[in-house]
Design a protein around this ligand. Structure first.
Ligand code: GLV
Ligand code: MG
Length: 360
């Protein structure tokens, strides 16, 4: 049985999908799948970049107008105005528009949320909330957005995405996921998380050359060099995040990779996240857009292999030998994950559809 504190923190099942304000739209029962391989960050305070939105938007799955970290304190109002300008002019049905508001403990968070929902709530798909610590943060945002939606007479709910970037947020990740039907997804925020955990890195995501495992000494040759193998600093958090997301039906994302000149390491980090179950990552620079598109779309060779296994497995039960490998009920399920994702992406991407031999 769930502990009493957990039961008390979650609305009763009969009320869970009730709007939180009179006149607010019904919460969704399921988070709709829309491609979001890259969440492309654009500083909404930069007029030059805001003017480029019509050319950038068609090249990405998600365009995010950033109001939080990276925008100087003096430019917070300008960023909010930039978001509203982008939203009012938004005309890109195949690209999602998201924003990242300032944190709930900042002097800007409330005005950001109010402007986002009241001014452009009908265009905005998702609001990213940084530094989420626990379910109480989601409850606060959930009710506030419902009130604003009701006031603006919105017909569909604005979804919420939480960044996991404090130790308490990681410790509370399941409760965060369970807090609201509005929760669309979670991103790992490695930079803030490292600071909050008092890790001794000074980077935005990625590995560290000091975080290694060393091979055992050679008993016959004490002087023989012992190679080291760099480990993934983010494996534990990402894996934990993916489990929580799948349990509660929300989507997991890797966050930012700060070294925009190191395209190889960026690709490795994104691919680890993809293989572990994430659906996308942030792109901080145009050079990362193509990496994310390539990495978070199944490889055509994997799709072809998965299709062969599915075909060979007939009704999906039993076992077959294919190229010397045993395939059974469980491997065919993995293959379906790959093929289903390929179909969903191909439906919106004619280039991928032809690479997969599917019709979009
Ligand atoms: C992202 O916001 C991070 O802190 O890594
Ligand atoms: Mg952060």
């Amino acid at each position: 049985m769930a502990p009493a504190s957990y039961a008390a923190a979650v609305r009763p099942p009969k009320d869970f999908f009730r709007p939180l304000a009179l006149g607010a739209p019904e919460p969704l029962r399921q988070i709709p799948f829309r491609p979001s391989r890259m969440i492309h960050f654009l500083p909404a305070s930069n007029p030059k970049l805001v003017a480029k939105v019509p050319t950038i938007a068609p090249t990405v799955d998600v365009l995010l107008a950033n109001l939080e970290d990276g925008v100087p304190a003096a430019d917070k109002e300008a960023a909010r105005a930039g978001l509203v300008e982008i939203g009012r002019a938004w005309d890109h049905a195949d690209t999602q528009l998201w924003t990242r508001v300032n944190s709930l403990d900042s002097p800007w968070g409330l005005d950001d949320l109010t402007a986002a929902v009241s001014e452009i709530g009908d265009r905005l798909d998702v609001i990213m909330i940084p530094k989420v610590e626990g379910p109480e943060d989601i409850h606060y945002v959930d009710r506030l957005i419902a009130q604003l939606e009701a006031k603006a007479r919105l017909e569909r709910p604005v979804l919420v995405h939480a960044i996991l970037e404090t130790a308490r947020g990681v410790a509370d990740v399941e409760a965060i996921c369970a807090a609201s039907p509005r929760l669309q997804g979670l991103s790992l925020g490695p930079a803030d998380l490292a600071a909050n955990r008092r890790m001794k890195t000074t980077r935005v995501g990625g590995g560290h050359p000091g975080y290694v495992v060393r091979q055992d000494p050679d008993p016959d040759d004490a002087g023989r060099p012992r190679p080291t193998y760099q480990q993934d600093l983010w494996h534990y958090t990402l894996a934990r995040m993916v489990d929580a997301c799948v349990t509660y039906g929300v989507l997991p994302y890797y966050g930012p990779f700060g070294d925009i000149t190191d395209l190889v390491a960026c690709e490795d980090q994104f691919r680890n996240a993809y293989l572990l179950g994430c659906v996308g990552a942030w792109s901080l620079h145009p050079s990362q857009i193509d990496i994310a598109r390539r990495v978070f779309s199944p490889d055509p060779a994997d799709v072809a292999h998965a299709q062969r296994v599915i075909e060979a497995m007939g009704d999906g039960t039993g076992a077959v030998l294919l190229n010397g490998k045993m395939e059974d009920d469980a491997s065919v399920k993995q293959c379906r994950v790959v093929v289903d994702l390929a179909c969903q992406l191909a439906a919106r991407d004619p280039e991928l559809a032809s690479a997969y031999g599917m019709h979009s």
